[in-house]
Design a binder for this molecule. Structure first.
Ligand SMILES: C[S@@+](CC[C@H](N)C(=O)[O-])C[C@H]1O[C@@H](n2cnc3c(N)ncnc32)[C@H](O)[C@@H]1O
Length: 458
């Protein structure tokens, strides 16, 4: 065995470890002479017998082989596969402790960033399972059959399953039916090693309030054999389907959706409702995956913004307009910017659908459009941002400061980039008193939150 003298542990070594923390991705953290070891299946306070699986220069990974002393926060898991695949990496942690973990994640990052902002207790769900309104599952050949499931963590080995625990059960039922139909029709599964086969992924969305279902079949090829017959069979077997779309993605790599699509049956959009407003959503548009908690998040955001009714609002990273349109009746006007053209088409149509006349959305990169708006002398009282995980670009923050809004409302799905961006705003005199985490992704380590920054300089 190769021994590394510079690290206090060696690969394949078995030892007892005490977890003192939980990493951002749900692994127990133990220290040996200050050297961090990330342990699969260990909660803070637990003592486990573990075997070291990998050693790097500054850290190591280990796997629990026996529990010496377990945590009172440990609960029975539903199924090993949900941890194996990363679908529910926190399923072994009691739900109240998950909420606390998310609050602490933000607190720790704020402490490191020297930000004096209170983090409120995370708002959770009554039933933290079966909440997702969207499934995106790979299709691969297993035992000679096209099979649905989920990839094992950090790999592309398919773990077959049709019951996904955190997804709407009607979506799970539709996935199981689709697997039967794909097999009946003899549609080949994608083979990513040789870039062969037809069906890569299945995406399904279901409107929480409307019950409408959209099915997207993502293929490598333009050809989808017997596509009309397949669409008819889907309609006969799966209830409430309003849209069947073939999305074509001929690229190699991990991107799920391609840019081209063909409607096989029905409407190009799915309809859902949020806070009493109707929203049409295309297959290519972003839509929050937890519909009940999205309403909690938006309500908190609107409340925290403490609107007077007279504000000019910029809604950056506006998607299909859900936040801007939910705010529209509380403000003077809303102007949104979003990179995905299909989402902007949805957003403007959604304004019309709800009789909202004071909101408008444009296509563009927020970090390019906001500097243009600032250059043109555009004024705004409130800038709402809801960026992807990478957070805000420095050019965006610079332009936001130039616009000099009284407030910035930051909705974040990644506390690390949130803390970084809040530091940049703080340097320009924008400070926050508190952050409200809302649990949008129970059983996972994802942390969503809302923070209002106010301009402290005159
Ligand atoms: C977290 S989602 C929020 C969408 C919307 N606010 C909502 O809650 O439904 C982030 C959105 O930013 C968009 N986006 C990603 N990069 C962008 C960029 N550079 N400029 C503008 N929009 C971007 C994505 O397409 C996505 O719709």
């Amino acid at each position: 065995m190769k021994t590394n003298l510079n690290t206090p542990v060696q690969k394949n070594q078995t030892l007892d470890l005490t977890a003192v923390d939980l990493s951002y991705d749900g692994l127990g953290v133990a220290k040996v002479d200050d050297f961090p070891i990330f342990i699969d299946n260990a909660l803070p306070g637990e003592v486990v017998t573990a075997v070291i699986t990998k050693v790097a220069k500054k850290y190591a990974f280990a796997k629990t082989v026996a529990m010496v002393q377990s945590s009172p926060d440990r609960v029975d898991i539903k199924n090993r596969r949900y941890t194996q695949t990363g679908i529910a990496p926190l399923q072994h942690l009691a739900y109240p402790a998950q909420l606390k973990f998310k609050q602490q994640q933000i607190e720790n990052l704020y402490q490191k960033a020297k930000l004096a902002i209170d983090v409120l207790p995370t708002l959770g769900m009554t039933d933290p399972t079966h909440y997702r309104n969207k499934a995106q599952v790979p299709v691969r050949t297993v035992d000679g059959q096209p099979t649905v499931g989920f990839f094992q963590k950090r790999s592309h080995r398919l773990v077959p399953m049709t019951d996904f625990f955190i997804q709407d059960e009607k979506i799970d039922a539709a996935i199981a039916k689709l697997q039967d139909l794909i097999r009946q029709f003899g549609i080949s599964a994608y083979d990513e090693v040789n870039h062969q086969g037809v069906l890569r992924n299945i995406m399904i969305r279901r409107g929480y309030y409307t019950g409408e279902m959209m099915i997207v079949l993502i293929t490598r090829t333009k050809e989808l054999p017997e596509r009309r017959e397949l669409a008819n069979a889907i309609l006969a077997e799966i209830p409430d389907v309003v849209s069947i779309i073939q999305n074509i993605n001929g690229t190699k790599g991990n991107t799920i959706l391609g840019h081209k699509e063909r409607i096989l049956w029905g409407k190009p959009n799915l309809r859902d409702e949020l806070l009493g407003l109707k929203f049409d959503i295309s297959a290519l548009s972003f839509y929050q995956v937890n519909p009940t908690q999205t309403q909690v998040l938006y309500q908190k955001a609107i409340e925290a913004a403490n609107l007077s009714g007279d504000e000019v609002v910029i809604d950056a990273y506006s998607g299909i307009g859900t936040i801007g349109l939910s705010m529209a009746k509380h403000v003077r006007s809303v102007k949104g910017v979003e990179i995905t053209p299909a989402a902007v088409t949805n957003a403007n149509a959604n304004a019309e659908l709800n009789g909202i006349t004071n909101a408008e959305f444009v296509v563009g990169k927020a970090e390019e459009v906001l500097p243009q708006w600032a250059e043109e002398g555009m004024k705004a009282d409130l800038i709402v941002v809801d960026p992807p995980r990478k957070g805000l670009a420095p050019e965006f923050i610079e332009a936001a400061i130039k616009v000099r809004p009284k407030k910035v409302l930051y909705i974040s799905c990644n506390p690390a980039t949130l803390a970084r961006d809040l530091q940049a705003f703080a340097a320009a005199g924008y400070t926050a008193k508190q952050t409200q985490p809302v649990d949008m992704f129970p059983m996972t380590t994802h942390v969503e939150s809302v923070t209002v920054l106010e301009r402290t300089e005159k």
